[in-house]
Design a protein around this ligand. Structure first.
Ligand code: ADP
Length: 902
């Protein structure tokens, strides 16, 4: 069913609240009365204490004036006025009524002394009326409905009048005013007159003026005063006014011309017509008009009651005529008014309903939010608005009668959750969910649902807001914030860039947050060598990346070409690329990466590398991704370059430090050298000088034997000097490029060295063992031989008293390093001298042979080959082992000597 303004029924759920509200206000009178009773009623004006006396007095005088034969008061007005006053002002009115009656009893030819008794009946009548009708019945003074009116007639008028007059006639009889036989006649006339005045005077006044009095604050009554207008809404045309006027005038003439009793039926019909047509107001006014005219006109115009003979029965009939007219018109009028009231009320309600339906219909269909009414039982759409249709691109007929699941807007599981919430809590507020439009596009929506009843069935009224754009904007904002943050982070890294690798890895982790992808790497290019190397990679799927540089061909020349133009390279599926490289295929096979985005890293207009992002096929990178990556790449490139410079600078500094400390060591050595050279060279010179003196003396004395020794001493000192100078020269040569490095077989080299030393070895009877596994090294053959010679010479030299001197030359593997050793079983060395003996001119036994240069020389030779030399000895007398390493060629002869070559 589709909702339309005409079709909507009043029991439709969205109107329920409104309906309830209306009916509530309808029922509310009783509630209101109860409420009002709790509040303190406003005080009545002071004059309401005294007014009753004066008003009752006016009534007395008027009544007196109308008093006609047979000498009884036909209509005694103070009682009717009393009812009005007591209803408005409460029991305080009784005071004035009683006083008036007591004061003016003599006017009615009643004995003065019994005034206090004669005043009682009318006070009792008014008091009883108030007690029964207002106090006990709790009815309202303005007779708002038929039931109240009927109760007034019975308890407010007939019963009080009957009782009060019973009392009156008995009292009259007892005081001797009337005979026993007249009791009934008197009672019935008095009673009918009282009721007639109630109806002709009190009722119209109460109905017509109570509202005005209360509004002025001059009277008090319970509850809200509702009174119909004088004429009902649809009966207030000019014709009606003319008609009513005509009727009133007609009554006037009829009363003058005829007796009311003869034509009571005509008056009755007229009253009924007025009552039926105009309700209670006109009816009571018309009947009291008729009554008043019938009562007043005859005495005024003919100086007599409108009856030929004023017998009791005539008075009674007149009273009953008036009573009948008034009662009938009052009751019918009241009934009709209630009907009018009902009709007006219903009309008003219907109008409100109609309006609210129209408003709902308009609100539903004009709402910019998507609105739907769905059946809670099966989820079918009962009605949807235009915004909803526009949002999901459906036509109305495609939607009505079907469910969101049938329309594939969401899955049954997705629907279950909010529906459950709706059932549990009666409503769902701002539930965020994705719904599919007809085109398949997913929309982010926020929906709120309230459970309603539609024709007795449970339904859901749902508001759907499309927040896709909002979400996208938020996402964009978040991304751009993150992008900014990452750029900042990279900026910060740029300022404190240290390790190239860490920097790149940091950036990759952040980039992957911004552009989700399982793989990201940074490669650096060497444009001269046309080589690419991977600096670092960050990815979920661990796949080996080449750790040595690869050629541009292997990296993908087509990619490099694009990057060189400072453009990103995007591939949706690298396997569809005929130029895909082996690396591409490997990454596709091993990590499932087929979509690529590679952006250039440019520093000062130079391509220095690339930022590579990879995803599986089917999820290609967009231009937006490329833009983001590009931004980051620019920063990253600068940071990388910065870090690169920093690293280079660090290296340079370290190298310099090393050079400085080497220089310092060399300087110290040079100092020691200068000192030792001057000292050690001086020794033979002193010897020579001393023996020259002795030679001179010996020659003068011509002591041939001594001269010979002197010459020998001088020659030996000169030899020593020569040896010293030769060693020094040797030392100064070390570290200089003398011989080009070559393959040197150490077995062969050792044999050569031993050959040269053969005489010495033999003289000391030393056994030398050469291990055949001595390695082949890359180095300066002559220098290496020199080193070996020195070590062997020392081993021979410092054998001490060893009876079985043995030298062993071999090699061993020490933590993957080839260590060559020369081992002897000579005097050994104390561990505290291990370092010192490699210094220049350092001799453990100063008197011993040798210059103290040998080991310094060996050390320098080994170090110029990039190796190390050290000594192992178990202590004095336990032999020494000199160990050294010669790494693979490369480093030999790279360093230059700081020594002066002569
Ligand atoms: P020298 O010309 O005195 O041999 P070296 O520099 O060759 O000078 O040796 C320094 C000192 O190291 C020697 O004076 C000696 O005391 C000690 N030395 C060298 N080789 C050995 C060894 N094989 N056994 C014991 N002491 C040694």
């Amino acid at each position: 069913m589709t909702l339309s303004p005409g079709k909507a029924k009043s029991n439709e759920p969205f109107l329920l609240e409104e309906v309830k509200l209306i009916s509530h206000s309808n029922e509310s009178n009783a509630g209101k009365i109860a409420n009002d009773q709790k509040t303190i009623p406003p005080l009545l004006p002071w004059w309401t204490w005294v007014a009753p006396l004066f008003i009752a007095n006016i009534g007395t005088w008027l009544s007196l004036w109308f008093k006609t034969d047979p000498g009884i008061s036909l209509w005694y007005l103070p009682t009717a006025l009393g009812i009005i006053m007591v209803y408005w002002w409460g029991p305080r009115a009784l005071l004035g009524i009683y006083l008036n009656a007591a004061l003016f009893a003599p006017l009615w030819d009643l004995p003065w002394k019994w005034s206090f008794l004669y005043a009682l009946p009318e006070t009792i009548e008014v008091g009883l009326s108030w007690l029964l009708f207002v106090k006990i019945m709790r009815r309202s003074a303005w007779l708002p409905d038929l039931a109240t009116t009927a109760r007034f007639l019975l308890f407010g008028s007939v019963l009080p009048a009957a009782l009060a007059n019973v009392y009156l006639v008995i009292q009259l009889f007892l005081l001797g005013n009337i005979a026993r036989s007249n009791l009934w006649d008197n009672w019935i006339v008095l009673f009918s007159a009282d009721v007639a005045t109630h109806l002709a005077l009190a009722v119209p006044a109460l109905i017509s003026f109570t509202k005005f009095m209360i509004e002025k604050g001059w009277a008090k009554a319970d509850g809200e005063v509702i009174s119909l207008p004088l004429l009902p809404d649809n009966r207030n045309t000019k014709v009606d006014v003319i008609f009513i006027g005509t009727v009133f005038i007609s009554i006037f003439f009829m009363v003058i011309l005829t007796s009311i009793h003869d034509y009571w039926i005509v008056y009755g019909v007229l009253m009924i017509i007025l009552a039926i047509r105009y309700g209670v107001n006109i009816a009571v006014i018309a009947s009291s008009w008729t009554g008043a005219l019938a009562l007043l006109l005859p005495p005024i115009m003919k100086n007599q009651l409108g009856l030929p003979t004023a017998a009791y029965s005539d008075v009674l009939i007149f009273n009953l005529d008036i009573l009948f007219l008034c009662a009938v018109s009052l009751l019918i009028g009241r009934a009709i008014s209630d009907l009018f009231n009902d009709i007006t009320e219903r009309k008003r309600t219907e109008e409100i309903l109609q309006k609210s339906e129209e408003r709902f219909y308009k609100a539903f269909h004009d709402s910019p939010a998507g609105l739907t009414i769905t059946s809670l039982a099966d989820g079918t759409f009962i009605d949807v608005n235009e915004s909803f249709l526009n949002m999901f691109q459906y036509r109305r007929e495609e939607v009505i009668g079907r469910t969101s699941v049938e329309l594939n807007m969401l899955s049954p599981e997705e629907r279950a959750k909010p529906i459950q919430q709706l059932r549990d809590q009666g409503r769902v507020t701002n539930f965020e969910i994705q719904l599919r439009a007809k085109s398949g596009r997913l929309l982010n929506v926020l929906f709120s649902t309230a459970q309603i009843e539609l024709n007795g069935a449970a339904c859901a009224l749902t508001t759907t807001l499309d927040i896709t754009e909002r979400k996208r904007a938020e996402e964009k904002l978040r991304a751009s914030e993150e992008r900014l943050e990452i750029l900042h982070e990279i900026d910060r890294a740029l300022l404190s860039a240290h390790a190239l690798h860490d920097l790149a890895l940091n950036a990759l982790v952040r980039i992957r947050r911004l552009i989700p992808c399982p793989r990201a790497s940074v490669s650096l290019f060497d444009l001269d060598k046309k080589e690419a190397s991977f600096l670092t990679a960050d990815f979920d799927n661990k796949v080996e990346i080449p750790d040595t540089p690869i050629t541009f061909e292997e990296f993908g020349q087509r990619v490099i070409d694009v990057l060189l133009e400072n453009k990103p390279w995007i591939s949706e599926d690298v396997l569809k690329d005929p130029q895909a490289t082996e690396l591409d295929e490997r990454l596709s096979n091993d990590a499932g990466i087929q979509a690529w985005l590679t952006v250039p890293l440019m520093a000062q207009g130079q391509l220095i590398g690339a930022l590579n992002l990879g995803r599986p096929a089917g999820n290609p990178f967009t231009r937006a991704d490329a833009d983001i990556a590009h931004d980051i790449a620019n920063q990253l490139a600068i940071a990388l370059q910065q870090a690169n410079l920093y690293e280079a600078l660090e290296k340079e500094l370290a190298a310099r430090k090393r050079l400085v400390s080497q220089l310092e060591a060399n300087n110290a050595e040079l100092e020691r050298f200068t000192y030792t050279v001057s000292h050690d060279l001086r020794n033979p010179l002193v010897t020579i000088k001393g023996f020259l003196g002795m030679l001179n003396k010996d020659m003068q004395e011509n002591r041939q034997d001594k001269i010979q020794t002197d010459f020998q001493r001088i020659a030996s000192a000169a030899d020593k000097m020569d040896e010293l100078l030769a060693d020094l020269l040797d030392l100064s040569r070390i570290g200089r490029v003398i011989n080009p490095p070559e393959e040197v077989n150490l077995v062969k080299l050792t044999q050569d060295a031993l050959e040269l030393l053969d005489a010495r070895i033999r003289s000391k009877n030393v056994t030398v063992n050469i291990s055949p596994d001595l390695p082949v090294v890359h180095g300066d053959r002559v220098r290496l031989r020199e080193a070996l010679e020195n070590l062997v010479v020392n081993a021979v030299k410092y054998m001490g008293a060893q009876p079985n001197p043995v030298i062993e030359i071999g090699a061993r593997d020490d933590e993957g390093e080839r260590v060559i050793f020369v081992k002897d079983n000579g005097i050994g060395i104390e561990s505290k001298y291990y370092a010192r003996i490699f210094n220049l001119f350092e001799k453990l036994n100063p008197a011993g042979e040798g210059t103290g240069i040998g080991l310094a020389l060996v050390k320098r030779i080994i170090e110029t080959h990039g190796g190390r030399i050290w000594i192992e000895s178990e202590g004095l007398g336990k032999g020494s082992t000199f160990c050294f390493t010669i790494p693979d060629g490369e480093k030999v002869h790279r360093e230059t000597s700081t020594h002066v070559d002569k």
